[in-house]
Design a protein around this ligand. Structure first.
Ligand SMILES: [Zn+2]
Length: 337
């Protein structure tokens, strides 16, 4: 298990208050957790950490049977619904309003997604959908290119903001999109890692796709601890994430949920998350989650990142001065190491 002492985020007063309220609700019994089995059905794990980046107590485990990393015990369904309504945004975004700059930033991000997927899009419906689209910045990029766009999200003020920008967004789950038929491309950007039953979810959303459609899934992969989280696993771990996929375990999940992988990238540039482009695999009919064991490779990656983080921190902690042209450096001692 990794030691979280002096790790993770410094919280501002709004975040600190949200965290306090969240933890109080567990003490009073209003919020509850339950054991969550791995997708492979096993509960035979290695404990990686006991806290997330906000200092919230939550166990992160890696399954010895398949290598999938998850949070368990995890929040019950009722707890999650309330958490996303009440504390999630003050804790994560540290405000609850949309802004034009964020919308435009997401539009640029959407253009970036389009560049990655354009050669795989077969124009048939001329439609692009996004589940969990927030204020619709990504969809705005596709709208500007000429697609009809539809999205859904639970956050009412985001949806209203999207409507003020003429983006069609429904309040609710993927089911609100079924009335629009099928899309050429369905986007899930930083959504899948929040979903406690991803196999059922991935199977359900197939009604939005046909044989020519593609599904674009982007998640913060374990590999992204290097390029996005500066090698710090305690910046990566967050209580809203129930599963932490590596590129291999994400591909296994998609195959087991009836998808064919077209392209998979881990993301190496700064701020570039991993993604998979896939399509519906009609021939897949397996009911049992069947996967290779990726435990060794996942543990190895985490240990490598942790070593790199500690050596970078070590470097940073060395004071450097120059006396008469001679470089001298020494290590600053920290309380508690
Ligand atoms: Zn497993």
């Amino acid at each position: 298990m990794l030691n979280s002492k002096d790790r993770g985020f410094c919280l501002n007063s709004l975040q600190d208050e949200a965290k306090h309220i969240f933890l109080e609700k567990f003490s009073s019994g209003q919020y509850k957790t339950e054991q969550l089995k791995c997708l492979c059905g096993k509960m035979n794990d290695v404990l990686v950490a006991k806290f997330d980046r906000y200092g919230i107590p939550i166990n992160t485990l890696i399954c010895k049977n398949c290598g999938l990393m998850r949070s368990s015990p995890y929040y019950t369904c009722d707890t999650l619904i309330n958490f996303y309504k009440e504390e999630y945004r003050p804790l994560y975004v540290s405000n609850s309003t949309c802004s034009e700059s964020k919308f435009l930033q997401r539009t640029l991000y959407g253009e970036n997604i389009y560049n990655k997927i354009k050669k795989y899009i077969k124009l048939k419906h001329n439609k692009v959908f996004e589940i969990g689209c927030g204020s619709g910045g990504i969809l705005n990029a596709f709208k500007k290119i000429g697609f009809t766009v539809h999205g859904c999200d639970y956050a009412v003020d985001y949806v209203q903001y999207a409507k003020s920008n003429n983006i069609n967004i429904d309040i609710g789950s993927y089911e609100t999109l079924t009335k629009y038929g099928q899309a050429d491309c369905l986007i899930l950007s930083q959504l899948l890692e929040h979903i406690p039953n991803p196999i059922d979810f991935l199977k359900s959303i197939k009604c939005l796709l046909d044989e020519t459609s593609i599904l674009y899934i982007e998640v913060p992969l374990i590999e992204n601890i290097a390029n996005i989280y500066n090698y710090d696993i305690f910046s990566y771990l967050q209580n809203a994430h129930v599963f932490y996929y590596s590129i291999d375990t994400l591909k296994e999940l998609l195959k087991n949920s009836g998808y064919k992988i077209i392209k998979a990238e881990v993301g190496v540039r700064q701020n570039e998350f991993g993604y998979v482009i896939c399509s519906v695999n009609d021939k897949c009919s397996n009911d049992k989650y069947c996967t290779k064991n990726h435990f060794n490779s996942v543990i190895k990656k985490i240990n490598n990142f942790e070593n790199k983080y500690k050596s970078k921190k070590h470097q940073k902690d060395r004071m450097k001065i120059c006396i008469f042209g001679i470089k001298i450096s020494w290590r600053i001692k920290h309380k508690g190491g």
